[in-house]
Ligand binder design. Structure first.
Ligand SMILES: C[S@@+](CC[C@H](N)C(=O)[O-])C[C@H]1O[C@@H](n2cnc3c(N)ncnc32)[C@H](O)[C@@H]1O
Length: 274
């Protein structure tokens, strides 16, 4: 007789408290990010003591070879207020034209030779994305309001999909990975940066901070303590690296790896579509 699986191994997607089905989970997550959007950046930087910037920088640097090619089509999924997208932008070749010219020509499907393709930045929270869109305005970045599980993007069209602290919130991880696989070109890569709950002493300290300190401080800054209780619960529920790597491989990806950041409290999944 086999032992029952731990809860985090059974879970296939985010489930905020009191929610049992996927559609309600997605609506709940969307509403929650809409609500915390005005204070998201300040809460994030405060609660992570600024380490979030280092994590975005490190994740973007891992893909610099792809980012440096002007023709690479990059999608930043669950871009929120856009800081990961801006970290990716730092590695893009400088754009000799104006952003609006570039965006316009990319809408017609042709990017003038030598011009870098604009980064596509997707999120389903209108409030988060509109804050991101303000930061994107002077840059070749196109904000797109859409659900990660149903992307309005052609199959086999993207060279790199990144997602920072967003993938964990999807209502169905297998479907999320299948959608990423669909939009990527053969040889295209994923870079999923997300929180992780480490084991041992670091894990115990992490739990103390995440479960006791973070909901109080996050609640004080945003006035939304429920959202900051959801955060540790969602990390606890998110598959640990060995399980997540299995899911990535089962979705059809090759060369799946996980690199732990800052004592394993976060980490970057990388994989390639064959
Ligand atoms: C924790 S924020 C991360 C934002 C940003 N990437 C960052 O690193 O700061 C998670 C984002 O994922 C978005 N998100 C969650 N589920 C989504 C889905 N199904 N489709 C699109 N966006 C989603 C939320 O709206 C939110 O903006």
């Amino acid at each position: 007789m086999s032992l029952p699986k731990p809860e985090h191994e059974l879970s296939t997607g985010a489930r905020p408290v009191g929610v049992t089905d996927e559609q309600a989970a997605a609506q709940n997550v969307q509403r929650m990010f809409d609500t915390i959007a005005p204070t998201y950046d300040i809460s994030n930087h405060t609660l992570s003591a600024g380490i979030d910037r280092y994590w975005w920088f490190r994740a973007a640097r891992a893909f610099r070879t792809t980012l440096q090619r002007p023709e690479s089509v990059i999608l930043d999924l669950c871009c929120g207020t856009g800081d990961m997208t801006l970290a990716l932008l730092k590695h893009r070749p400088k754009n000799p034209g104006t952003p609006s010219q570039t965006a316009l020509s990319s809408e017609t499907g042709s990017i003038p030779p030598g011009q870098p393709a604009p980064i596509l930045a997707v999120d389903f929270s209108h409030q988060m994305l509109s804050r991101g869109a303000q930061k994107f305005r002077p840059h070749p970045i196109i904000p797109i309001e859409a659900d990660a599980l149903h992307l309005p993007i052609a199959s086999n069209s993207i060279d790199l999909v990144t997602s920072a602290f967003g993938f964990r919130n999807l209502a169905n991880y297998e479907e999320g990975l299948a959608e990423l696989f669909r939009v990527l070109r053969p040889g295209g890569q994923i870079g999923i940066l997300d929180c992780n709950q480490p084991d041992g002493l670091v894990g115990a300290l992490y739990n103390l901070y995440f479960k006791k300190v973070l909901p109080r401080v996050g609640g004080l800054i945003s006035g939304q303590s429920a959202a900051y209780s959801y955060l540790p619960a969602s990390v606890e529920r998110f598959p640990r690296p060995p399980r997540m790597l299995q899911l990535i491989r089962s979705a059809g990806f090759n060369s799946a790896t996980w690199t732990g950041y800052t004592l394993g409290t976060a980490g970057l999944y990388q994989a390639t579509k064959p």
